[in-house]
Every structure is written in structure tokens, then in C-alpha cells.
Design a protein around this ligand. Structure first.
Ligand code: FAD
Length: 452
């Protein structure tokens, strides 16, 4: 591979190489444990910039990575070209068609804000700070998922720059195989410059969280096990064992605490919510219970994910059901009495519309699972072996085959491929070979390992 930079791409946005003043800020990720070191970074301002950058990389034989927010930055970019799409933030809503179009750098908060005046909402996830495109290409499982499906299930069209440098608009009729692959196969097929997708008539919900003391984690997990299995599709839930930092931004009783955090979202009214929640409220005394009727714009209140950049290492598996054995295992490996550098162990309910094949089938994996089990560890230099060992112990559970690419963290290509059933994996690899034979795009969650 050629590594000498004989020129830099002619683009409207800035281009930096190591040593330039703007380089560090341009390559920085939200996940600050990931330190990117590309040979050059392009701050793209348009689809034309992206196409010019990809063509330039092609002439030098460089791999091309992409970053919007850095929320999914689990594997550092070493060498090659990084395209930063964070300037491409255009969002538009068509209320009559109930669709939105978001450019590569847009965050969910922008779509939520633009859709809300029309009584519409997107299939966003637990944090509105996450990028629309990265989330959606990885499937995208959010609070409306059990009712309407994965975000990728409702994508109408995708604008993408492929390895040949061409900008294509693809949909179920145009480049249908690529359209199938990119909705679920994530960033392995090209740089997406914009997507168009459905919005839903959702103005509000009843939701929020109940924080239980860590000393009651066993009662909470055992109750959640049976309770969640009987919920209607209108309800989405998860429970997280959290080791919270001692920060003034948190309410006093949560600072530095170990808690079991039940997240609850219901497309329904307060009375139905109270009825559904009764068994969980009876399971243990709450530290905080803030479940209330809210506008969709307040969706972040369900998970209360961190907003500020943080260092993390993540991995996940899928569960068919939560058995008593699963609960005992989670408590033994990550309960309040265990000293492990894990920030979060989350069990998130899937099922409902997430389990159904969408009208326009796609490459989203994990439809058969009942729950996702996801672990976030502290991404502190030197602590990696301890974090990874603790994470592996938690995930050494009665899992079902497959995984969610958005919750695969820094998995390698072989592990990423194992997210899919063999027939879908082989189809993805065929499409990958057809559109990106030189494996130009393998950043993030790589389907094919990059040659070094
Ligand atoms: C706080 C937090 C909450 C989250 N909640 C959820 C959730 O509820 N549900 C869920 O499904 N996931 C969730 N995720 C995971 C998230 O969806 C993925 O990490 C996603 O990749 C983030 O996209 P990004 O653009 O913000 O991140 P980035 O780090 O900028 O991008 C990550 C990867 O996305 C791909 N990508 C990004 N932009 C493009 C592009 N223009 N073209 C092609 N590929 C691209 C690339 O593979 C890239 O490496 C969460 C992550 C965090 C940190």
C-alpha cells in the first residue's frame, strides 16, 4: 500500500495531516478511549467532497474510514484517510409524506426537533446525540422498535459514495443488493452521504426510569425477567446495572452509586403505565422514580445516557430469554459486591416488530433474539485486559447465535461476521466483494479485516 502523500484531495472542507493545528480536533471521537491516527483527515462539507476524497484515496490505494460523532468509535483508525462528516448536518422533513432526509453528519436531536411540530417522530435510539446514519446503517434499535421495527427497516433510499468514487442513490429498485446490505451491514460498503426514512405519528409517550439501590439488584432482575416477557409491543424496556461516577451533574443519591436502572417507554396513557409498572414498583424500594407523560422530544429521559465524551470499551451478545440462571450469572459476575471496572451491564428487551421481516427486507441481524445483553467497560489505558476479561465473563452466558452490529463494539472481522446467519453473511460478503473488492471501507465494525 502506498503511504506517501503526494497530494491532498481538492475539497471545499479542510484537510489536515498529522502535525497540523486542526488535526487532533478533526479526528477526535466521542469515545475518547479511541485515538484515531489517519494519514489525512478530510472535513467533508458535501457529497461532492466525500466523492472527491474517496477518489483521491483510491489513487493512492488508501483505506477510507468515516466518522460523524464518534459514538461508535470502537476501533481506532490507523493510517489511511478519515472522512469527518460532522459538517454535513442538513435535515429536512416532509410532513405530508411522513419522511425525513438527513445528511451524513446529522444527529437524532435535529430530526426529532424538525419532526415534532408535525406530531411526528423518528425511530431514534436511547441517546439523541448519536448520529442518524451510523445508527441506522447498524440496524438501530430504539424505544419505538418493538412497535415499528429497526430504524433500518424504514429507510426509503440511501445516497452513497462507493469505492469507485461514484455517488449513487439506491433504493429497493436501484442497486437493490447494495441497498439490502447497507441497511444492517453498516459502513462496510461505502460512505453514505444522506438517507431518507419514514417518520411515525408519535407526539408523546409515558416513560422515564426507576433507579433501585444496588442492594436490591437481585429482586429487580428476577422481577424484570418474568415481568418484561409479558409486556405488550407498545412498551419498550431495559434494565441496567450501573456503576455511576461521583459527579455533581447527577442527583445526589445517584452520585458514585451502584444502581439497577429500569428504563420504561410506553406508547399509551399514564393509567396503563401505572398498571403495567405495578409489579416492578412492588419489587423493591426506588431511589428515584421519574416515569411521567413526556413529549417525544424528551426521549433521552428514558435511558439518561451520558452526554459528555467518555472512554469506553463495549461488547454484546443476544439472549433468547432471561432465565433464573442468567440472572444469577449476571449478579455473580457484575453484581454490587463484585469489583469490576464495568460501567454498565444492560439487558434490553427486543421482540415485537423487531422480530418481523420488514416490507423491504434488509441485512439487519438479531431478529430472533428476545433480549440484547450489552456491557460497557471503562476505557482507561492499561486497564484493557482487566476490562475485557470482566466483560467476557459477563457475556459467557446462555446466549443465542448472532449479534447486533451496533452493540458489537471493537469486535474483529470474524466476530462481526458471526452476527449473521451463514446465508445472510455469505450474501453480505458477495455484495462486499462486488462493490468494494479492495476492502477500502473497513473502519468501525469491519466485515473483512483490513490488510496491514
Ligand atoms: C450513548 C450511546 C447510545 C447508543 N444508543 C443506541 C441505541 O439505542 N440503539 C442502537 O442501535 N445503537 C445505539 N448506540 C450505538 C450507535 O448507534 C452506534 O455506535 C453508531 O455507529 C453511532 O453512529 P455515529 O455516527 O454517531 O458514530 P461514529 O463513531 O461517527 O460512526 C460509527 C460508525 O458508523 C458507520 N458510519 C457512520 N457514518 C457513516 C457514513 N456516513 N457512511 C457509512 N458508514 C458510516 C461507520 O462504520 C463508523 O465507523 C449508542 C451508542 C452510544 C455511544
Amino acid at each position: 500500500m502506498t503511504t506517501a502523500l503526494t497530494s491532498l484531495p481538492a475539497v471545499a472542507g479542510p484537510v489536515y495531516v498529522p502535525g497540523d493545528e486542526g488535526y487532533a480536533a478533526e479526528v477526535a471521537s466521542w469515545n475518547v478511549a479511541t485515538v484515531n491516527e489517519p494519514l489525512a483527515v478530510v472535513g467533508a462539507t458535501s457529497a461532492e467532497d466525500v466523492a472527491a476524497a474517496v477518489r483521491w484515496a483510491g489513487t493512492l490505494g488508501l483505506p477510507v474510514a468515516v466518522q460523524a460523532t464518534g459514538h461508535g468509535a470502537a476501533r481506532p483508525v490507523k493510517g489511511g484517510l478519515l472522512i469527518n462528516t460532522s459538517r454535513m448536518t442538513e435535515v429536512s422533513v416532509d410532513p405530508a409524506a411522513r419522511t425525513a432526509r438527513a445528511a451524513a453528519g446529522a444527529r437524532w436531536s435535529q430530526v426529532i426537533e424538525a419532526a415534532a411540530p408535525h406530531g411526528l417522530a423518528p425511530l431514534s435510539g436511547s441517546s439523541s446525540q448519536v448520529g442518524v446514519v451510523g445508527y441506522t446503517l447498524g440496524g438501530g434499535v430504539g424505544p419505538l422498535g418493538r412497535r415499528f421495527g429497526f430504524a433500518a427497516d424504514h429507510v426509503r433510499s440511501v445516497e452513497i459514495v462507493t469505492a469507485d468514487g461514484a455517488l449513487r442513490t439506491i433504493d429497493a429498485g436501484q442497486d437493490a443488493e447494495l441497498f439490502w446490505a447497507v441497511r444492517g451491514g453498516k459502513g462496510n460498503f461505502g460512505i453514505v452521504t444522506a438517507i431518507e426514512f419514514d417518520l411515525f405519528e408519535v407526539a408523546g409517550f409515558v416513560g422515564g426510569g426507576i433507579y433501585f439501590p444496588g442492594s436490591h439488584a437481585a429482586e429487580v432482575l428476577h422481577a424484570y425477567r418474568t415481568w418484561s416477557a409479558g409486556l405488550p409491543e407498545e412498551a419498550s424496556t431495559s434494565v441496567a446495572l450501573l456503576r455511576l461516577p461521583d459527579l455533581p451533574a447527577l442527583p445526589e443519591p445517584l452520585r458514585g452509586a451502584y444502581v439497577a436502572h429500569l428504563r420504561f417507554f410506553l406508547l399509551g396513557g399514564p393509567e396503563q403505565a401505572a398498571e403495567l409498572l405495578a409489579p416492578m414498583r412492588a419489587a423493591a424500594p426506588a431511589i428515584i422514580d421519574d416515569i411521567a407523560p413526556l413529549p417525544y422530544a424528551a426521549i433521552d429521559a428514558v435511558h439518561r445516557d451520558p452526554v459528555d465524551p467518555m472512554p469506553s470499551r463495549e461488547r454484546g451478545v443476544l439472549l433468547g430469554e432471561i432465565t433464573e440462571r442468567t440472572v444469577e450469572h449476571l449478579l455473580a459476575q457484575a453484581g454490587p459486591q463484585v469489583d469490576v471496572p464495568l460501567i454498565m451491564v444492560e439487558v434490553r428487551q427486543l421482540g415485537g416488530a423487531l422480530a418481523r421481516t420488514p416490507a423491504a427486507p434488509n441485512a439487519v441481524s438479531g431478529r430472533d433474539a428476545g433480549y440484547s445483553l450489552f456491557v460497557i467497560g471503562l476505557g482507561v489505558p492499561g486497564l484493557e485486559p482487566v476490562v475485557d476479561a470482566a466483560t467476557a465473563r459477563v457475556l459467557d452466558v446462555d446466549a443465542v447465535p448472532g449479534g447486533l452490529i451496533n452493540f458489537s463494539g471493537g469486535a474483529d472481522a470474524e466476530q462481526i461476521q458471526a452476527n449473521w446467519a451463514p446465508s445472510d453473511r455469505d450474501r453480505l460478503l458477495r455484495i462486499k466483494h462486488a462493490y468494494d473488492p479492495a476492502n477500502v471501507f473497513s473502519s468501525g465494525q469491519p466485515l473483512v479485516a483490513q490488510n496491514t
